[in-house]
Design a protein around this ligand. Structure first.
Ligand SMILES: N[C@@H](CCC(=O)N[C@@H](CS)C(=O)NCC(=O)O)C(=O)O
Length: 214
């Protein structure tokens, strides 16, 4: 049994973020499924690990965490000497932090609404809300204009190398690129090249294999 435990399901973008990070670090972990269909995440003992009743929850020995981005930061810092660095230092880290905040506060709220409407609702046989799609496609286009400008001067969002600022986008991107929202990425060449680059990372491909098996 591995020391690191991730409680969640690969379908969850937040759990996927943590698993992608563990894969970049080459760390072994146990994925402990949470039966969200029956509401297991809203009951004890899961609530003791994640009090808002959301996946993922994370354990590394006696350390228990929730919030996927806090978990990836912990993994990147604690296992700094393993695998891909994922963080920087000094002023370079300040820039990485800016783009981690951009992902969490500008990109993700819009991308998650679109992923829910266009990928997950159809998966669960639910009716898509076209008004929500239209509103959020417009918003995402504006966010991607800023990304296009950033990626015209920098190979990755945080700088010259792949960091958590890029990694945090992978789960939502992977849903969106299989939907009509792909049309928002295609006319933006720098964004498209960045997406293709980060999708090709072995750690992400390893995660996709896991998601396909489950
Ligand atoms: N900010 C949290 C969000 C976690 C989250 O929204 N998880 C979703 C699955 S991707 C969930 O558990 N949804 C069930 C619910 O909110 O009741 C994180 O990044 O970990």
């Amino acid at each position: 049994m591995a020391v690191i435990k991730v409680h969640g399901i690969p379908l969850s973008t937040a759990a996927a973020r943590v698993i992608a990070c563990l894969n970049e670090k080459g760390l072994e972990f146990d994925l402990i499924p949470v039966d969200m269909g029956s509401g297991e995440h809203k009951k004890e003992p899961f609530l003791s690990l994640s009090p808002f009743g959301q996946v993922p929850a994370f354990e590394d020995g006696d350390l228990k965490l929730f919030e996927s981005r806090a978990i990836t930061k912990y993994i990147a810092q604690e296992y700094g000497d393993k695998g891909t660095p994922l963080l920087a230092s000094g002023k370079e880290m300040a820039i990485v932090s800016v783009w981690m905040e951009v992902e969490a506060h500008q990109y993700d709220p819009v991308a998650m609404k679109l992923a829910w409407e266009l990928a997950l609702k159809p998966h669960f046989g639910m009716q898509v809300d076209d008004a929500v799609v239209a509103e959020n496609e417009e918003k995402l286009g504006k966010v991607l204009d800023i990304y296009e400008a950033r990626l015209s001067v920098s190979k990755y969002l945080g700088g010259d190398v792949f960091t958590l600022a890029d990694l945090h986008h992978l789960p939502t991107l992977s849903y969106l690129m299989n939907t009509q929202a792909k049309k928002l990425f295609e006319p933006r060449p720098k964004v498209s090249a960045w997406v293709a680059d980060i999708f090709s990372r072995p750690a992400w491909r390893k995660f996709l294999e896991l998601r396909e098996q489950k």
